[in-house]
Write a protein that binds this ligand. Structure first.
Ligand SMILES: [Zn+2]
Length: 539
């Protein structure tokens, strides 16, 4: 296998892609090099920006530098001795309607110039395409993929099978399924440029999801044409491993300055929110006043630095298991990103399946947008599918969460145990003690040490949606188990919803509900006296 996964978080992963010119760690961004028109040379991209891979267009090279490229090889033409991926001309196809080459010709050419990663001559679907034309682009790409497989030589090149279908999700699904059956080392999703231009990120989320879930998971996925740091975190979290960016250079040509949270025109900036070598050296007005070629070069350098920095930030987040938190903060950069991020709820089972069960650090819960995160979804699933309440437990004692964790080791819970023991050993054994807690809902004390039930920080006071979530979990916990009595030690700061949830669940399933305390200080001496009274009344 040419691809090996080292770390995971959500559906994102850090992997190693082995090629004949060396290894590339993913997620990786490959700067697009136009050999005829290049603001930053490949050598500088390697030496100054530490890029280990780049992508160029085999079609443009075959039309302009054919003999030279065949005799010297692509690495010498570009003066880049690391990994080179070549696209086949698909983009030209999209712009001009057709390319003047054949599957045979471009396959042979990519082999002859010694590329490391080659893309078949696919037919991009584009955006304003009828369903019929889109379906044709999918079928034709599949035909060309089969043809390429037949004629390609076994010479160490990794071949890429592109998925088409554009915004027609059923076509993307079909395309991924069929392409996934063909022996490619890497798959790629063609993302229409419109998505990036118009910020249709929610469509991109759906496209990536249906692509990933219909492809072999052990192969890397390249997302074509998404070269802005704004989308990297989201795309990685859904399972994309490779990106290409022409945007860093195209934006620079138009005086546009990229950041991880958007794009600004250089004329509109009073300050530069970056510390790269360009932004440390020049002020916005100095960049504005440069000769056009120098300005383009300066902005391209800054833009590619921003892209590279965001990829590193994402990798660090994967290692620390905090990719979700990075997504939450990126989602606040633009309303359309938040809209796309909300779609993650729909795909929470997929994300949960791919997230490790244990992490190096606890999780931060800010507000209800965290309810869809894998750790919370997993706890909900395990409580309903796996956690069994012992038969002899007839009483459910519900206690509010404490600031310290694990709950069962705190002074507050220690006093509850003492109170229970003073009532009698038998009663104690008949009692199931659970905390009601943001963000997990119901936490049985037997498992409160299991990651991450004690390894989290939540913002308080809790927002309304988070409280509602806990209430729904309490309700289903009561309803799904055979207690005869529920004793709620109530913290008034939780509002009326919790009381209501307990009442409803008990009424519907014929259980008695007792409320030991209703004030704002559930751990006060008075509250404990009330708890003791209530416990005695059950006996
Ligand atoms: Zn900068």
């Amino acid at each position: 296998m040419s691809f090996e996964i080292a770390e995971r978080d959500l559906a994102g992963r850090i992997g190693k892609l082995r090629t004949k010119s060396g290894e590339v760690e993913t997620p990786a961004l490959l700067p697009v090099i136009n050999p005829l028109l290049q603001p930053i040379s490949p050598k500088i991209l390697k030496d100054r920006f530490a890029f280990k891979a780049l992508i160029t267009n085999a079609y443009i090279i075959s039309k302009n530098l054919k003999e030279e490229a065949v005799s010297l090889g692509i690495h010498r033409i570009l003066d880049f001795d690391r990994v080179i991926m070549t696209d086949s001309g698909a983009y030209q196809n999209l712009i001009y309607g057709k390319v003047d080459t054949t599957v045979e010709e471009i396959t042979r050419f990519q082999e002859d110039i010694g590329t490391d990663i080659a893309v078949i001559l696919d037919v991009p679907t584009g955006w304003k395409t009828t369903r019929e034309k889109a379906a044709w682009s999918v079928e034709e790409t599949l035909r060309r993929a089969q043809r390429t497989i037949k004629i390609r030589n076994d010479n160490g090149i990794l071949w890429v099978g592109p998925i088409q279908g554009g915004r027609y999700l059923e076509l993307v699904t079909y395309s991924a399924k069929r392409m996934g059956e063909l022996p490619f080392d890497i798959y790629a999703l063609g993302s229409p440029t419109k998505i990036m231009e118009q910020y249709f990120f929610d469509i991109l989320v759906d496209m990536i999801f249906v692509t990933k879930t219909n492809l072999p998971l052990d192969r890397p996925l390249h997302l074509f044409g998404a070269g802005h740091p704004l989308v990297f975190a989201m795309a990685v979290a859904l399972g994309c491993d490779l990106f290409d960016s022409a945007a860093y250079a195209l934006y620079a040509r138009n005086g546009r300055y990229m950041t991880e949270y958007g794009t600004s025109r250089i004329e509109k900036l009073e300050y530069l929110p970056c510390s790269c070598s360009i932004c440390s050296k020049y002020s916005p007005s100095e960049i504005r006043d440069m000769f056009p070629k120098d300005r383009e070069k300066a902005l391209a350098e800054h833009n590619i630095y921003q892209c590279q920095a965001e990829i590193r930030r994402i990798k660090q987040s994967i290692v620390e298991g905090r990719l979700w938190e990075l997504l939450e903060s990126r989602a606040r950069s633009h309303p359309t990103l938040l809209q796309a991020f909300r779609k993650f709820d729909k795909y929470s089972t997929y994300l949960e399946k791919n997230t490790p069960t244990s992490k190096r650090r606890g999780l931060f819960y800010f507000d209800s947008s965290g309810i869809s995160r894998p750790e919370i979804v997993r706890h909900r699933r395990q409580i309903s599918e796996k956690y069994v309440t012992p038969e002899e437990r007839k009483l459910l004692l519900l206690l509010p969460q404490t600031l310290n964790k694990p709950f069962h080791t705190t002074n507050e819970y220690g006093r509850v145990f003492k109170t229970l023991r003073s009532i009698g050993k038998q009663e104690y054994e008949k009692t199931e003690i659970c905390a009601y807690a943001v963000p997990f809902g119901v936490v049985p004390l037997e498992i409160d040490e299991i990651y991450p039930l004690s390894q989290f920080e939540a913002t308080s006071p809790f927002d309304e949606e988070s409280v509602k979530y806990v209430c729904s979990q309490v309700k289903s916990y009561i309803s799904s188990r055979n207690f005869t009595t529920v004793l709620l030690h109530y913290d008034r700061q939780w509002g009326a919803n919790l009381l209501e949830a307990c009442r409803k669940a008990c009424k519907q399933t014929g259980k008695d509900l007792l409320i030991s305390y209703r004030g704002k200080r559930p751990w006060s001496r008075k509250a404990f006296e009330k708890l003791e009274e209530a416990l005695k009344s059950i006996k």
